[in-house]
Each structure stands twice: as structure tokens, then as C-alpha cells.
Write a protein that binds this ligand. Structure first.
Ligand code: ADP
Ligand code: ZN
Ligand code: ZN
Length: 653
């Protein structure tokens, strides 16, 4: 029939899971559609959004439903269609789940066009010429072929200016550039820097509403001119038409790994996307991950270094290490050393800022009885509860269980309850007591929405905040002109975690937080307190000695057989009883040992680091394999529902 001959057929992937194992279905259309076209389809009795994955040449032998509606005249560029398939296969995640991450939700909704231009206050930036370090970095990157390059520049070496120049060059060739930044905390500053160079910058962040996101996404999809995009990891998925450059700033940051499904790593996704587009991928960091650095070295990709501070006559800070086991350093306060307190007095007396860094929220990690040893723990998760002194409650940082702060011991009734350990809220209240006249501000995961770094950027920048207290949120990227001293309350706090990345994370944080000072032509100080002052990770971190740390870490990874020397898979099950969790974990381990190649190492079962969560017992297996494909074989054997998996986990906690 002539009608049928005009009919075309397409495989369409719905953005909702229809049934497991089936990612796309065939539909008909009278119009010719493009790959990447977004359409509305009916599945069963439901209407869903979907993306055209490919044309079907052969007329199907079964009845096929028509496509109901075309949602966007312009298709998503084919690179992104291929990216979605790749993510789905590489991370063994249903395509529908990938598309939910890749595409804005509510694609079919008609929205009023919103003004989405950024509302960031832009401080005037002085323009400068690139210094010799920056120029040679730029030359090296330009001389390299398309693909990945590491820009390894010490904190304060002026990497941002190099990014700006690369983006300018990219726009000049008619292509778009995407700049990823670790999280919202940073966007205001990078955006300010970029906005002073480019007329129009597309900005995304996690607090945008569904409508705002949709609107930003549409503006990129429909744009004819090349785009400059800045945002967190998901900004990678804005559908630019001709991608020339992806920059990943602070590329070592764990926030580039998504913790929910699809558990992708933005660096891997960016690698695939830039390969498809023959674009450049720049990984910028003062402390590249051991894995990235090793991969670049062993594949011969360029590692471009910048070893000098960008600002002329900038002084490196003077660094002082305080041994916390020597109580003579703590005459005035039990965990804020005399050196830190007198430095605060000296600095704030002359209008300068102090940053007090500690990577732990709350007031105290443990509440315990000095008489009998009872410890306040979460009944669901078996981890210590954290004291939140301001709200007078104990809180579990995993499941949010809360309870009152006991005045006497629930076990022995003694009134010997103490709060041991240090958290940012405790530091805040202690400093406010010690310095009632100063402006003290805390920034961490508990900070209220109107008190974030972004909201208070001006006060941070102009020095009206005297003492800044913060976790890793404040450690990275920020450039604070009034900052004179950085104090690290307990540098070894993270070293005791049972994780292969603990040393690397501790080193990175130390190097980053020290890098907040010593960027300008005046003297600055770093005071680091630690219970383990001679630990090599602490001493190398203090010196910001990346080469020394890398050498140490790569040897340890080689010997202990961790990435980059193996592929990792973490499997976790959750059962109502501990016995069931152990039995099932053992059964799976046995099955995997029988079916997988012998060079796959199966560790465990062991209780997960967070052993109990949401009333369930969690046990885990860790698999190490010379081939990633073996791990995918293991995933495909998982009994559904009770098991969760993570390929390439960056932490085993
Ligand atoms: P990084 O990101 O490498 O830690 P930044 O890009 O934040 O460093 O730059 C550090 C400081 O140096 C910023 O205040 C920046 O404005 C300044 N800067 C960068 N390049 C130059 C230059 N060529 N001349 C003078 N100042 C510069
Ligand atoms: Zn007791
Ligand atoms: Zn809990």
C-alpha cells in the first residue's frame, strides 16, 4: 500500500523503564526523523517521552504504534545519543535511567520562556597578560593532538586564565566549550572570571528548578552560535552542537563521581564525549589523582606543569606543624593550640582573615561516658552519633536518626558524659566564645541555604568575615584576598578510614587548603595540628610535594593491588537479619568464584563500612580484576533487588 511505503520506522528509547532488559522499541512515523529526535510515544496505556536511537530499515513484521508527537524540532546531537548508549553499557545501567540523567525532566511540558541569565554579582577583574608559565602551558596544550591532557599547576599558578584562553580559541574556531567545576560553592568565582571575558556564559547548578533546567537545556539545544557552559558534572550533558573543548577544573574532586545510578564518573564520560567529537579534554588540578596521572604517563598523554605562582612577588606561606600529643602547646584551649589562638588575635587585630579547616561536620563525633565507656551510637547504622550543639541533639550522619543529648549515662547513670572529638560546629561555638567581637562564619554540609559560600561570597571576599570555619567545601578553588592564615585543626583525621583512597584524600585536602594562602605579595601563615606529625602523607602534604606523594602512593597501590593496577567492583547486599546478609553474601561469593576467571580476586564477605542502614544489615564483596569485562560478567549474575553494585568505586566506604 502506498501509505505504508511512506511510513518510516525508528527505535525509540523511553525515558522510563518499561521492563527490565528492554531499552528501546520500534515506532512508526510518516515524517522522517533524525537520530536524537525527542518524541512522545505511547507505551501500553501510558504516554512517555523518548529519544530516537536509530532508524529501522526493515519494515517490522508486527503491528507498530505511531509516534504521537515530536517534542523538539531540533534533535539532540548524535554524540550525546552515542554517549547515552555508552554510559548504559559501561556502567550497566538501563538506558532509561541514563536518559533521565542526560535529559531534563518534563520534556513535554510547555514552559514560559524564563530569563535564565545568571544573577551572580561580578566583581571587576583586572586583565593581565599571560605569564611565561601560562604561555608555555598553552603552547603545549595547543601542540598536543585532540584528546586528554593534564594541566598540573600548583594552587595559585593561574590555571583559570589558561582555561579562559583555551575557551577563547575554541570559540574562534566556531566550537563550544564546557567547563566543569566541582560544585556550586565554586561556580560564583569561576563564573565571575569567565563573565568578564565572555559576553554570554551558560550556567547550571544544582539549585535550579526543573523549569529552569529545561530552559537552559533548550537554549543550548536551539543555539546556533558556539556556547560557553559552566557547571557541575551534569553540565557535560548540555547538548552543544559542535564540541571543541571540555575543561575539568579541580579534576581530582570526588564530586565528579555520581553516587546514584548511573554511577558514572564525569571524567570517563567526558573522555568518551571528547573522543566522539574530536575535542580536547583538559584535566586541571594541583593534585591530580594517582589514577589519572598514571594513565597519562603510561599512555603518553601530555602532562603540562605550572610550578610558579601567577601573581608577581607572591610569597609562599610559612608553615608550622603542631604536635597534638604534646599538651604544652594547648595551654589556652584543649584543641585550638596557643599558636592558632595568638595568630587569630594578631591577624584579626589588623583586619585580616583566618580560615580554620576541619573536615568533619557537627560539634563532636562521639558522645561517651567516661565512667563505663558507653558510647552514643545510631541504632540503625552502628556508627557514632554526632553532636549538634546548637540544636541540642545527637544526629546520625548516615540515616539522620536523632536523639536528645543525655545528661547522665543511660548505662551506668553516672553524670560523666563527655563529647570527645572535634567537629566544625564545636569549633564555631568555641571560637565565638573566645572571640565574641569577631564575625565567625561556618561553611559545611549543614550550612543553611541562605548562608552558603555563594550567598556570602562578597563578605568572604572583602574580609568582613574575620574567621572562616569550613570543611572541604571551603578548601578548594576559592581565592580570598584578605586571607592571612590557614589553621588545620587535625590534619590526620581522615587517615584512619579503612579505604584505599584515604591517604590520597588527606594529601589532596592538605595541599588544597594550604593553597588558599601564599597567593599574594605578602606574608601568610599555615598552622597544621596533627596527632601524627611525622606521617609521610602529612609531611608531604605540608610541603605540597606532589611528586613525592605520587611516588609513594603509586608504589603502595602497586603492592596492595588497587587502581590503577586493577579494576574494582563493590557489591553490597542489604537484608533484614545479619544471618541472611552473611549467608547470601557467602553464596554469591561462592558462585562468583566458580564462574569468573581465576584471576579475579574476590574479597569478603565483610560487613560494609556503614554496617547498618535503614534497619538493614549490609555486607559486601569487593572484586579486583585485571579486565573490567570480568566485573561486568559478575554484575550480570547479581540476584536482583537485594544487591547493589558500583563499578570503579573511588571509595570502598
Ligand atoms: P589556580 O586556579 O591555578 O589555583 P587561579 O587561576 O585562581 O589559580 O589564579 C591565582 C591568582 O593569580 C588569581 O588571583 C589570578 O587573578 C591571578 N593571575 C593569574 N594569572 C595571572 C597573570 N598572568 N598575571 C597576574 N596575575 C595572574
Ligand atoms: Zn556510663
Ligand atoms: Zn543511622
Amino acid at each position: 500500500m502506498p501509505y505504508n511505503q511512506r511510513m518510516k520506522y525508528y527505535e525509540v528509547a523511553p525515558t522510563q523503564i518499561v521492563r527490565s532488559g528492554a531499552d528501546s522499541f520500534t515506532y512508526s512515523s510518516e515524517q522522517t526523523l533524525a537520530i536524537g529526535q525527542l518524541v512522545r510515544i505511547s507505551v501500553g496505556k501510558k504516554l512517555m517521552n523518548g529519544m530516537v536511537m536509530r532508524a529501522v530499515a526493515k519494515v517490522p513484521s508486527y503491528a507498530v504504534k505511531p509516534i504521537e508527537q515530536i517534542l523538539e524540532a531540533r534533535p539532540v546531537p548524535e554524540e550525546y545519543v552515542r554517549l547515552s548508549e555508552w554510559l548504559s553499557q559501561y556502567y550497566m545501567t538501563p538506558l532509561a535511567v541514563v536518559l533521565q540523567t542526560l535529559l531534563p525532566s518534563g520534556l513535554h511540558k510547555n514552559r514560559r520562556n524564563k530569563d535564565i541569565s545568571s544573577s551572580v554579582k561580578i566583581p571587576k577583574r583586572t586583565h593581565f597578560l599571560l605569564n611565561p608559565d601560562q604561555q608555555s602551558a598553552l603552547r603545549a596544550i595547543n601542540n598536543a593532538s585532540a584528546g586528554t591532557a593534564i594541566l598540573h599547576g600548583i594552587t595559585g599558578s593561574g590555571k583559570t586564565a589558561v582555561y579562559v584562553e583555551l575557551v577563547k580559541q575554541t570559540l574562534a574556531t566556531g566550537k563550544s566549550a564546557i567547563v566543569l567545576v566541582p560544585e556550586i560553592a565554586l561556580t560564583s568565582q569561576v563564573v565571575a572570571e569567565f563573565s568578564s571575558h565572555f559576553e554570554h556564559v551558560v550556567l547550571t547548578h544544582s539549585r535550579q528548578t526543573e523549569a529552569e533546567r529545561h530552559s537552559v537545556w533548550r537554549s543550548v539545544l536551539t543555539a546556533d552560535a558556539p556556547q560557553v557552559i559552566i557547571g557541575p558534572r551534569s553540565a557535560l550533558f548540555l547538548p552543544v552542537r559542535s564540541l571543541g573543548l571540555v575543561v575539568i577544573d579541580e579534576a581530582h574532586e570526588p564530586s565528579y563521581k555520581q553516587e546514584q545510578s548511573p554511577r558514572y564518573h564525569a571524567l570517563r564520560a567526558a573522555h568518551f564525549l571528547t573522543e566522539q567529537s574530536k575535542a580536547k579534554l583538559i584535566l586541571g588540578s594541583a593534585t591530580p589523582t594517582v589514577v589519572d596521572y598514571y594513565l597519562a604517563e603510561s599512555t603518553g598523554r601530555p602532562i603540562v606543569t605550572m610550578e610558579h605562582l601567577a601573581i608577581k612577588n607572591a610569597h609562599k606561606p610559612s608553615v608550622q606543624l603542631i604536635d597534638m600529643t604534646k599538651r604544652t602547646h594547648f595551654k589556652r584551649h584543649r584543641f585550638l593550640s596557643d599558636a592558632v589562638l595568638s595568630q587569630i588575635e594578631q591577624d584579626t587585630g589588623s583586619g585580616k582573615q583566618v580560615l580554620v579547616f576541619h573536615n568533619r561536620r557537627g560539634s563532636a563525633p562521639t558522645t561517651l561516658c567516661e565512667n563505663c565507656g558507653w558510647q552514643a551510637g545510631c541504632p540503625n547504622c552502628f556508627v557514632p552519633l554526632t553532636l549538634h550543639g546548637d540544636a541540642h541533639e545527637l544526629r546520625c550522619h548516615i540515616c539522620n536518626f536523632t536523639s536528645n543529648v543525655p545528661t547522665s549515662c543511660p548505662q551506668c547513670s553516672h553524670a560523666s558524659i563527655i563529647h570527645k572529638g572535634i567537629g566544625t560546629k564545636l569549633i564555631e561555638s568555641e571560637l565565638k566564645k573566645l572571640f565574641p567581637k569577631l564575625s565567625v562564619a561556618r561553611f559545611d554540609g549543614d550550612t543553611a541555604g541562605d548562608q552558603t559560600v555563594e550567598q556570602r561570597y562578597k563578605e568572604l571576599h572583602d574580609g568582613s568575615i574575620d574567621i572562616i570555619i569550613g570543611t572541604q567545601i571551603i578548601a578548594k578553588g576559592l581565592d580570598l584576598p584578605k586571607l592571612h592564615t590557614v589553621a588545620v585543626v587535625q590534619a590526620d583525621a581522615g587517615l584512619s578510614l579503612p579505604d584505599y583512597g584515604a591517604a590520597e584524600r588527606t594529601f589532596q585536602l592538605l595541599a588544597q587548603v594550604i593553597g588558599r594562602v601564599g597567593r599574594r605579595p605578602h606574608d601568610t601563615n599555615v598552622i597544621v595540628q596533627s596527632y601524627q606529625p611525622t606521617h609521610p602523607v602529612i609531611t608531604l602534604g605540608l610541603k605540597q610535594d606532589y611528586a613525592g606523594f605520587y611516588e609513594l602512593a603509586v608504589e603502595q597501590r602497586r603492592r596492595s593491588h588497587f587502581p590503577p593496577f586493577t579494576h574494582l567492583l563493590k557489591l553490597q547486599c542489604a537484608y533484614k537479619t545479619e544471618a541472611a546478609a552473611i549467608r547470601n553474601a557467602k553464596d554469591l561469593a561462592d558462585q562468583l568464584r566458580r564462574t569468573l576467571p581465576p584471576d579475579v580476586q574476590i574479597l569478603g564477605p565483610t560487613p560494609a563500612f556503614y554496617e547498618r542502614a535503614g534497619g538493614h544489615y549490609r555486607w559486601q564483596l569487593v572484586l579486583k580484576s585485571p579486565k573490567r569485562a570480568y566485573l561486568q560478567m559478575a554484575v550480570s549474575q547479581l540476584p536482583p533487588a537485594k544487591w547493589q553494585f558500583e563499578l570503579d568505586p573511588i571509595s570502598l566506604l
